[in-house]
Each structure stands twice: as C-alpha cells, then as structure tokens.
Write a protein that binds this ligand. Structure first.
Ligand code: TGC
Ligand code: FAD
Length: 405
C-alpha cells in the first residue's frame, strides 16, 4: 500500500496522542480487567506492600513461614476465594489468579500457602466431599481457623503418582492408613491432611486430622528454595481414620489430578508476580547504577535484557488472563493449564536469572528480592508437575501419542 504524506502525518499525530504506557504494564492489560477484578488485585497488592514485603526477607533467611499473616489473609477472603458458599468468597477465576499474582510478588511461599489451602485442601472437600464434610470443614478453613495440606507425592512416587505405595485398608467402619507422603507444603502445622491412598477399590482421598494416633509429621530442613514455607513429610503407621472421613464422590487418580488443575492455574498467574518483582527491581537498579560514567540502563545489552523481560511478562500475563476467561466460562481444558504453567514458570525463572545479572553482585543478597524469587522459582518449576511433565502432557495432547513411559 502506498500512502500519502498527509496520511502518514495523520497516523503520526494519532500516535502522538497515545500516552506512553507504563513500563510495568506496557500492553495496558489493566484495561482488560473489570473494576471488581482491579479492586481485588489492588487490595492484595496493598496487603503485600504493607504487611509482607517488610518481613518476608527475614522469614526467608530464618527458614520460617509467616504464620502471623494467616488471620489477615483469611480476613481478605483469600482462602478458598474461588469456591461458592460455605463461607467462601465466591469470586471468579480471574480474581483468584490476580490474588495469586500479587501474593507471589511478595513471595512464592505465601502464594503456595494460599494455593494449598484453597485449591488442594478445600477444593477436594468442596468437589468430592459429603455435605457433612463440607459443612464441617469449609467455613473453618475459609476463616483460617483450620489449615489443610495435600498429600500426594511420596518418596518413590513424584511425577508418577499412580506408583504410590500408601494404602488404605477397610476395617469395619474405619480405614487403616500406612505409608509416607513427602514434600508436603504446610504439612508440619496443618490441622488436617487430605491424603491420597490406594484402597481396595482404587485411589481414594481421606481427611486425616492432626493428633490421630499413627499420624505424625516431620519438617524438611536445609532447603535453599521456598524457605518462607513449611515443607514436611507425613507418616502413617496403622493410622485408623473413620470411614466417614473418606471423600465419597471421587475414585482414581482423576481426584487428585483435578485438584492440581486448580492449583496449577493459580501458579500460572502467581509466577508472573514473582517475575514482575524481579523486573521492577532490575529496572530500578539499571537507572541508578553507574558504570563507565553512565547508568547501566543506558547500555544496549542491559536494554536487551529488560526488553526481553518486559515482553515475556506481557505474553505470560495474556496467557494467564485468557486461561482465566476460559475458566470462568467453564471452557478451560487441563492441557491449557499445562501450557500456561509450563510457559509462565519457565519465563519467570529466566526473568529472575536475567534480572539478577543486571544487579551484578548486589543481586545475590537478600537486600533485593531477586535471588529469593529465583531460588523459590526452582521449586515452582518442579512442583505441581515438572516442566518435563507438562511438556509431555502438551506433547500427548497435540500428537495423540503418550511419551511418558
Ligand atoms: P492418566 O492415565 O493420564 O489419567 C488417570 C486419570 O486421571 C484423569 N486425568 C485428569 N483429570 C483431571 N485433570 C487432569 N489434569 C488429569 N489428567 C489425567 C484421566 O482422565 C484418568 O481418569 P479416569 O477416570 O479415566 O481414570 O494418568 P497417568 O498415571 O498416566 O499420569 C499422567 C500424568 C503423568 C500427567 C500425571 O500423573 C501427572 O500430572 N503427574 C505429575 C504429578 C504432580 O503434578 N504432582 C503434584 C503433587 S502436589 C504439589 O506439587 C503441590 S505443590 C503446592 C504448593 O506448594 O503450591
Ligand atoms: P521425579 O518425579 O523423580 O523427577 C525427577 C526428574 O525426572 C525431573 O526432572 C522430571 O521432570 C524427570 N522425569 C520424571 N519422569 C519423566 C518422564 N516420564 N519423562 C521425562 N522426564 C521425566 N507434593 C504434594 O503432594 N503436596 C505438596 O504440598 C507438595 N509441595 C511441594 C513443595 C515443594 C517445595 C516441593 C519442592 C515439592 C512439593 N511437592 C508436593 C512435590 C512435587 O509435586 C514433586 O517434587 C514433583 O511432582 C516432582 O516429583 P519428584 O521430585 O519426585 O521428581
């Protein structure tokens, strides 16, 4: 198409009329959200700025989870926020995603806590529990009075949970659980564990209360990632639970895997928060750190890093948002969750590494958030299905061929 000088001038004038977008929302993704969604995001953002950022570095260094924040998190309605009734906030999937994004801007450990409580402990009770189980547990869990954990992984069954060895043998009106669950978030302080075990009729979910004889926990120490999060082993030695504690409405691996769909969705949003924290920190630093008599942000190589980071963040945010819109219409497929979980974790980890390099030596300290996020993201890349496992899920979906085994 050949255009005339006046046409070109009109176009340029129109460009001039468009304000430069913000460096942290270059694609004006904000405009794709509703007022309610923006309000949820801004509320969580304010909570994180005021109550999380001032203390999270110390917790990371000490290897402790900030349990003192649980009442405030519950008060904000973030526990089971995407579930309806039973004291839950009943917000849409996009609101849930935005809350995860802002929490993980603070720390992945905080988003993990909320993911596990809402998507992995409350969701199975909500989706597969009896009415009595729902009435009994969900309101207390939404209020943060009862904390849950999710026991699927075992020492010899990680990526392949169908290889689990934990058993549940029926004995009258009880089940007897034996086995070990490994790497369980919140496990050391949770009041209840949703545990998946092999029964005579297939894999079943059980609600096991802390204090049940035969049920003990021990925390994993010396972690270099997710230090502001409790990770534990759950041990079951002839642990007798009432048959009424079994989740009656699901059988087979479909049960735990459907809970993972919920939590993986939250991760796809959450890691964008961690990436944004790294980006903002590096961008800020690049404008003030002077080498060779100029801010390092003025060097082309630094700008390439920042341009790549900003672009990948936009792509990841759009991926998460479209997934949320599909989910809110009841149209999200698990393979789409895998696409977003895999891409966004990869990109967040790449962003953290690139951002760390912009800070040079300063990037390795806790004075800046980047190394903390980078170390956390190594876990997030691995849990809820490793990058490899999501690659194979996508590969199977697009070829029809199973490459797992
Ligand atoms: P497969 O034969 O494919 O399927 C068995 C049954 O499950 C159904 N199914 C799903 N249902 C819902 N959502 C999904 N995403 C599903 N994927 C499969 C399937 O239809 C079938 O149902 P049915 O009724 O016909 O029996 O199963 P497989 O044994 O071949 O395994 C497939 C594979 C490898 C993809 C799966 O095992 C897997 O995703 N592995 C990764 C394990 C994992 O993600 N573990 C996470 C543990 S929890 C955690 O990490 C929490 S971290 C929390 C935090 O701190 O934030
Ligand atoms: P493995 O399955 O042994 O995998 C090791 C490597 O082999 C990986 O690179 C993997 O991708 C690769 N691999 C495996 N199979 C294949 C294949 N078929 N093809 C190609 N490569 C393959 N679990 C819970 O149940 N509840 C929790 O709350 C929980 N919280 C966690 C918190 C943290 C901090 C961490 C680190 C983990 C947590 N997990 C939890 C466990 C997590 O889900 C597992 O670590 C994860 O599923 C991977 O299992 P694995 O570590 O045993 O690795």
């Amino acid at each position: 198409m050949v255009d005339t000088a006046p046409e070109r001038a009109t176009r340029h004038a129109a460009h001039g009329a468009v304000a430069m977008p913000s460096a942290t929302d270059l694609y004006n993704i904000d405009s794709l959200l509703t007022d309610d969604e923006r309000m949820v995001r801004d509320t969580v953002k304010k909570f994180v700025a005021g109550q999380v950022l001032p203390i999270i570095g110390e917790h990371f260094e000490a290897g402790t989870f900030p349990r003192e924040l649980i009442p405030a998190i519950a008060e904000l309605g973030l526990l089971g926020m995407h579930l309806e009734g039973y004291g839950c906030a009943g917000l849409n999937a996009v609101c849930y995603g935005l809350a995860c994004q802002e929490l993980e801007f603070g720390d992945s450990g905080l988003r993990s806590f909320v993911s596990v409580q809402g998507s992995l402990a409350m969701f199975p009770i909500y989706a597969y529990g009896s009415e009595e189980q729902k009435q009994h547990w969900l309101p207390k869990m939404a209020a943060g009075e009862v904390i849950g954990c999710f026991g699927l992984t075992e020492p010899d069954a990680g990526s392949n949970p169908s290889g689990m060895q934990t058993t549940a043998r029926k004995d009258g009106d009880t089940y007897i659980l034996n086995g070990t669950k490994m790497w369980i978030t919140n496990g050391g302080f949770a009041d209840i564990a949703v545990v998946w075990a092999k029964a005579e009729d297939g894999i079943r979910g059980f609600i096991v209360e802390r204090g049940t004889p035969g049920f003990t926990t021990s925390d994993v120490h010396h972690k270099l990632s997710l230090r502001a999060s409790v990770t534990s082993e759950l041990h079951f030695a002839d642990c007798r639970v009432p048959a009424a504690n079994m989740l009656p409405n699901v059988r087979g691996l479909r049960g735990p895997l459907s809970c993972l769909d919920e939590a993986r969705y939250g991760i796809a949003w959450g890691v964008n928060g961690a990436a944004r924290a790294c980006y903002e920190s590096a961008l800020d630093y690049s404008k003030t750190r002077v080498q060779f008599d100029r801010p390092i942000g003025g060097f082309q190589l630094t700008q390439r890093k920042l341009a790549d980071i900003a672009t990948e963040l936009i792509k990841a945010q759009l991926l998460a948002l479209q997934l949320g819109r599909l989910k809110d219409q009841g149209l999200a497929h698990p393979v789409q969750v895998s696409v977003a979980k895999r891409n966004n974790c990869r990109q967040a980890l790449n962003t953290a590494r690139e951002a760390r390099s912009i800070l040079g030596a300063n990037g390795i300290t806790l004075e800046y958030p980047i190394s903390r996020h980078m170390n956390n993201l190594e876990s997030v890349f691995t849990y809820e299905g490793t990058d490899d496992i999501h690659t194979l899920i996508i590969g199977q979906a697009i070829t029809g061929l199973n490459a797992f085994a």
